[in-house]
Design a protein around this ligand. Structure first.
Ligand code: ADP
Ligand code: MG
Length: 249
């Protein structure tokens, strides 16, 4: 008998392999994210960070291994997959808001469609979330009328509107102008402190040091080392991590 769900990590990645053609992009990945834990994934471009995130949300299929969310094997398709996606929020580098819908509609759409929340309830909750991320004043605008930092905060609110069990954020600040990075990191730090379980691909040391419980370093499709942020940044063990840090610090 397997352990009851509540005793298992919220995210369990077990022996996952993924190929694009002959290119082996995820190599025997094992990774747990505990409830309330904030895990940062860092590593060189092309090391498989996005593919790992996308696999956890099943935006990519995997070739072998298992991924469990809250004790449940990631479903292949259909209603179970739609339900799973509502439990695993995802925020992308490029915001991915619906361009022809208002900020408010972007946040209410999925709760109404997937969770069958009433329009009034969805709107009330959306306004609370937009207030939380500091963009309530822009609720009736289209995404293009907002700055990049504001759009990314809307994307975070949209993700939270589904009450996900975990949020995956894939380089959420790397498409932003420097002056907008902190407003998004501040929202992420608040989210982390509120107890949200988060897997974040980011090279932002400030966020790592303030909010992360653990840093996972990936290189060439594999997890090379993991450690608490202070330890990883001051005493990386592997040559690959040392080399990577020497380039970004
Ligand atoms: P990272 O996010 O760490 O930069 P990715 O997960 O995006 O890395 O990519 C890992 C490797 O997989 C890279 O070599 C990339 O070129 C390749 N790759 C990613 N997506 C695809 C795809 N859809 N088709 C083919 N190769 C891909
Ligand atoms: Mg990437």
């Amino acid at each position: 008998m397997s352990a009851p769900a509540a005793e298992r990590p919220l995210v369990e990645v077990r022996g996952v392999n993924k190929y694009f053609g002959v290119h082996h992009v995820l190599k025997d990945i094992d990774l747990d994210v505990q409830r309330g834990e904030v895990v940062i994934v860092i590593g060189p471009s092309g090391s498989g960070k996005s593919t790992l995130c996308r696999s956890i949300n099943r935006l990519e299929t995997i070739d072998s291994g298992d991924i469990y969310i809250d004790g449940n094997l990631l479903p292949e398709e259909g209603k179970a997959l739609a339900h799973l996606r509502s439990e695993v929020g995802m925020v992308f580098q490029s915001f991915n808001l619906f361009a022809h819908k208002t900020v408010l509609e972007n946040v209410t759409l999925a709760p109404i469609k997937v969770h069958k929340t009433s329009k009034a309830d969805a709107k009330k909750r959306a306004m609370e979330l937009l207030t939380r991320v500091g963009v309530a004043d822009h609720a009736n605008k289209l995404p293009a009328q907002l700055s990049g930092g504001q759009q990314q905060r809307v994307a975070i609110a949209r993700s939270l509107a589904m009450d996900p069990k975990v949020i995956l954020l894939d380089e959420p600040t790397s498409a932003l102008d420097p002056e907008m990075i902190n407003e998004v990191l501040d929202v992420m730090i608040e989210l982390a402190r509120s107890g949200m379980t988060m897997l974040v691909v980011t090279h932002e040391m400030g966020f790592a040091k303030k909010a992360a419980d653990r840093v996972v370093f990936m290189s060439d499709g594999a997890i090379v080392e993991e450690a608490p942020p202070e330890e990883f940044f001051s005493h990386p063990k592997s040559d690959r991590a040392k080399d990577f840090l020497s380039k970004i610090l």
